[in-house]
Design a protein around this ligand. Structure first.
Ligand SMILES: *Cc1c(COP(=O)(O)O)cnc(C)c1O
Length: 374
């Protein structure tokens, strides 16, 4: 049964008594949400007096087994503190410094990782490509590879796709299969940034295997943070030969947790009872409610398509200012234009409804009246 936010006590209330809820953070990002109860309870259970460090503990073993169950594959699993490290190290393991990585121009690895993929790979070049809805097309991958074959061009070696994309769209099974096919033709490895992988599984209603290894994905960075964990991403290699020495890479980059059980235990909580999928469904459903509400406000334009937990809207400056003044928090999205309204596992229906009332009021207000100076 899906957990409704009302049933969930704020984790912070244990320590600090009643903690003020800041409704304004509801739509800023899914990382503004707290830790979900399943992750929290398992963290607490892992807080035994003593357990072995560096992953040699029961929680890390159990989390790894659960990931293998979820993906129906005997994969190699590593836990990192965050998504930037997971992506950068995974990509670095797939390419030499003279190679290149084809990605979408709005990809997090290109726009939001401060050059970490290039840094950890000792300079492997990212080759950003355009594409509607934040998606790479097989044809654009093909042309990036075939347009140059000479020694002066960094040899394409990896394709990186984001699922769900930075624009909250999900690649379908067949779209990933076609990308997997073009990767096979050109001997490219396929990496998937799955910071919101759970939201894609929830949106598509498919088995995780269908949109990963069965479709040609070699490495997945499976996001935990934005799905309700305190921190952490799992780097999943579906091909054993690609993960050789990866443990050393993690250690060298400062990503081998000493008290590993506190990074892995929340995965046990998320995966053992299906909370990872329930929370993603909940976040997606919140975005559906928000979208339906915004659609009813004719002054506000919805941008693009939405499959995941974020809705993109075009707001006039005075509408934005008004909402911000009322305490609502959300960001303008770099590159894509518009404002991003991001829902999380803990976004409540009542917050959505309150936001819609405020949005409607602001959007229908006459700008020549009280907002004329904005
Ligand atoms: C949030 C996010 C990440 C990971 O970011 P960190 O802040 O490093 O954890 C990676 N990819 C995408 C698409 C994201 O949205």
């Amino acid at each position: 049964m899906p957990i409704t936010p009302k049933q969930i006590p704020l984790a912070s209330s244990r320590e600090y008594g009643t903690h003020p809820v800041v409704p304004g953070y509801q739509f800023a990002s899914d990382n503004a949400a707290g830790i979900c109860p399943e992750a929290w309870h398992e963290l607490e259970k892992a807080n035994v007096d003593f357990a072995a460090g560096y992953g040699d503990d029961p929680w890390t073993g159990r989390a790894t087994d659960l990931i293998r169950d979820v993906f129906e594959k005997d994969c190699d699993v590593f836990f990192a503190f965050n998504g930037t490290a997971a992506n950068a190290l995974a990509l670095a393991s797939l390419a030499q410094s003279y190679h290149s990585i084809i990605c979408h121009e709005l990809a997090h690895v290109e726009t939001d990782e401060c050059g970490a993929p290039e840094f950890f790979s000792n300079g492997t070049k990212l080759l950003p490509v355009g594409g509607a809805h934040g998606k790479l097309l097989p044809s654009s991958i093909d042309s990036m590879v075939t347009r140059r074959r000479d020694i002066h061009y960094p040899k394409p070696r990896v394709v990186s796709i984001t699922q769900v994309t930075e624009l909250s769209t999900a690649y379908s099974v067949s779209e990933i299969e076609s990308i997997g096919e073009v990767c096979r033709q050109h001997r490219l490895a396929l990496h998937m940034d799955g910071a919101r992988f759970s939201n894609a599984v929830a949106a598509l209603g498919v088995a995780p295997a269908e949109i990963t290894w069965k479709a040609g994905v070699d490495v997945l960075c499976f996001g935990g943070t934005k799905n309700g964990m305190q921190a952490g991403e799992a780097i999943i290699f579906f091909d054993h030969s690609l993960s050789v020495d990866f443990a050393y890479r993690c250690k060298q980059a400062g990503q081998l947790a000493s008290k590993m059980r506190f990074l892995s235990a929340p995965w046990v909580g998320m995966l053992s009872g299906g909370a990872w999928l329930e929370h993603a469904k909940r976040a997606n459903a919140a975005a559906v409610r928000l979208e339906a509400g915004v659609r009813a406000i004719k002054e506000v334009e919805i941008l693009g398509q939405r499959d995941g937990n974020a809705l993109f809207v075009k707001l006039k400056p005075f509408v934005k200012q008004q909402l911000h003044a009322e305490g609502w928090r959300f960001y303008d999205f770099i590159g894509a234009g518009g404002s991003r309204l991001m829902c999380s596992w803990n976004t409540s229906d009542s917050a959505i409804d309150r936001f819609l009332v405020d949005l409607s009021k602001a959007a229908t207000a006459d700008p020549s009246g009280k907002h004329s100076s904005l």
